[in-house]
Design a protein around this ligand. Structure first.
Ligand code: HEC
Length: 400
C-alpha cells in the first residue's frame, strides 16, 4: 500500500513539475523573443526602449518595454517567479522521491564507484548549492563582464560537473544530477538575482527615486543564461528514458557535452530569428555535427558482446529463465518483492515464459547491449549471465 501511495505521489509531483516547467520555459521563450523583437518608436515616452505589436487569441497587443522603469509605479504589476520556484520545488521533491530515497537502485553503480547510499545522497544534494555558488561567483567576477568569455567558462564548468557526476554516480543518476544542477542554477538566478533586482527597482520607484539601471542589466544577463539553459535541462530530463545516452561511463559526459553545444546553437538561431535579422542557417548544420558525434559516441560506448566460444551450445530457455528469475524478477513481476516497488516498473513483467520471450529485444537492449538493467546491478548479474541472455536472444529466443 505504501509503495502504491508513493508511486501516486511520484506521479502527481512529476505532473506538477512538468506543468510548472512548461509555464516557466514558455515565459522564458516568450519574453526573450519579445525583447529581441522590440522596435524603437520616437513618438513614445523616451523611457520606452521599444514596442512590439502581436496578434493572438483574437486580438492585437501593443507591448512597450521601459528599459529601466516607468516614471510611476503601475497599479497592477504581474511578476514571473512562481513558474520557476514551482518547477524547482516539485523537481527537487521528485529527485528525493525517486533517487534520494532509493540510492542503491537509481543513484549508485558499484562498477563506477562503490559508495554508501547515504554518502551518495549527501554528495549529490550538496553538489547543487556548491555548483550554484561557483557559477554565481564566476558571473559576478571580472570574468563575467564579457559575454563570450563567460559563455565559454560556463560551458567548461558544465562539462567539468558532468564529468564529475558521471564518474561518481550511475549513468542515469549522473544525468539527472546534471539536470538538477542546471535547474537549480536557473531557479536561483530568479530567486537570488532577478527578483531582488526587480524589487529594488520597485522600491526606488515607490520612494520617487531613480532606479539604478545596473539591477535591470544584471537581471537581463541571468535571464539570457536561463534561456540558453532551457534546452539542455530538458534533454537531461528526457534522456533518463533513453539508456543509450548514459549507459557508457566513459563517453556519457562527452555525449552530454555535444548535446549542450547543439542546444546552444539551436537556441541562438531562434534568438537571432526573433530580432528580425536574417538568421544564420549555417547554425543548423553546425548543430547537427555535435548530434552526430553524440550518436557515434553512444555506439562506441556499447559494451562489447562477448564472443560465443566455438563449439559451445546455444543457451537454453531454462538457463535464461533461471537468470531472469534471479536477477530481474524481484522488480519485474505483477507483484514485485523488491523494496520500494509497488508496481512492475514500466509495466515490464517477467512472470511467464511468454512474457520473457516477447520482451527479448528489450532485454537485449537493457541488459546485454547496455548494462542499464538490473538498475545499479542491485541483483549482481554477472557478465557471463549477460552473455547467456545475449546468445539465447541472438539465436532466436526460442522457448525450447
Ligand atoms: C531493482 C529493480 C530492477 C531490477 C532488478 C531490474 N529492473 Fe528493469 N527496470 C527497473 C525500473 C525502475 C525500470 C524503469 C526505468 C525507467 O523509468 O526508465 C526498468 C525498466 C526495464 C525495462 C524497460 C526499459 C524501457 O525503457 O522500456 C526493461 C526491458 C527491463 N527493465 C529489463 C530488465 C531486465 C532484463 C532485468 C534483469 C536482468 C531487470 N530489468 C532488472 C527496475 C529493475
Amino acid at each position: 500500500m505504501t509503495d502504491t501511495l508513493l508511486e501516486w505521489a511520484s506521479l502527481l509531483v512529476r505532473w506538477t513539475h512538468v506543468i510548472a516547467g512548461i509555464a516557466w520555459i514558455g515565459s522564458s521563450f516568450y519574453f526573450i523573443a519579445l525583447d529581441a523583437g522590440l522596435q524603437a518608436n520616437p513618438r513614445l515616452d523616451p523611457r520606452v526602449k521599444g514596442e512590439a505589436w502581436q496578434v493572438h487569441g483574437g486580438g492585437f497587443y501593443n507591448i512597450q518595454k521601459f528599459s529601466v522603469a516607468p516614471e510611476f509605479m503601475p497599479e497592477h504589476l504581474t511578476w514571473f517567479k512562481w513558474e520557476a520556484y514551482g518547477t524547482w520545488i516539485f523537481g527537487f521533491a521528485l529527485l528525493i522521491l525517486t533517487y534520494y530515497m532509493n540510492p542503491s537502485v537509481y543513484l549508485i553503480d558499484p562498477s563506477i564507484m562503490n559508495i554508501d547510499g547515504a554518502d551518495a545522497v549527501v554528495a549529490a544534494a550538496a553538489s547543487l548549492p556548491i555548483g550554484w555558488f561557483v557559477y554565481d561567483r564566476l558571473c559576478r567576477s571580472w570574468f563575467g563582464r564579457k559575454t563570450a568569455r563567460l559563455a565559454i567558462a560556463g560551458f567548461v564548468l558544465l562539462c567539468v560537473a558532468t564529468f564529475g557526476y558521471t564518474h561518481v554516480f550511475s549513468g542515469r543518476g549522473a544525468f539527472i544530477q546534471v539536470g538538477a544542477l542546471v535547474g537549480t542554477i536557473m531557479a536561483a538566478n530568479v530567486l537570488v538575482v532577478i527578483i531582488p533586482g526587480q524589487r529594488k527597482t520597485v522600491a526606488a520607484l515607490l520612494k520617487g527615486e531613480e532606479p539604478n539601471p545596473i539591477w535591470g542589466q544584471v537581471a537581463k544577463q541571468r535571464s539570457i543564461h536561463n534561456n540558453y539553459l532551457t534546452l539542455p535541462v530538458v534533454f537531461t530530463m528526457l534522456s533518463n528514458h533513453y539508456s543509450f545516452t548514459y549507459a557508457s561511463a566513459t563517453w556519457s559526459w562527452l555525449i552530454l557535452a555535444c548535446i549542450f553545444i547543439a542546444s546552444f546553437l539551436v537556441r541562438h538561431w531562434f534568438n537571432t530569428l526573433h530580432t528580425g535579422a536574417t538568421p544564420d542557417w549555417r547554425l543548423w548544420p553546425a548543430a547537427a555535427v555535435p548530434v552526430v558525434c553524440a550518436i557515434a559516441l553512444g555506439a562506441m560506448g556499447r559494451p562489447a558482446l562477448p564472443a560465443a566460444e566455438a563449439g559451445t551450445a546455444v543457451a537454453t530457455f531454462a538457463d535464461v529463465r533461471q537468470i531472469v528469475e534471479q536477477r530481474c524478477h524481484a522488480c519485474h513481476a505483477a507483484r514485485p518483492v523488491f523494496p520500494g516497488f509497488g508496481e512492475p516498473p514500466k509495466g515490464v513483467m517477467f512472470d511467464t515464459a511468454e512474457q520473457i520471450r516477447r520482451q527479448a529485444p528489450q532485454i537485449m537492449a537493457q541488459a546485454v547491449q547496455t548494462h542499464t538493467m538490473p538498475l545499479g546491478n542491485v541483483t549482481s548479474i554477472t557478465d557471463a549471465e549477460r552473455s547467456v541472455l545475449g546468445s539465447w536472444i541472438s539465436a532466436g529466443a526460442s522457448l525450447n
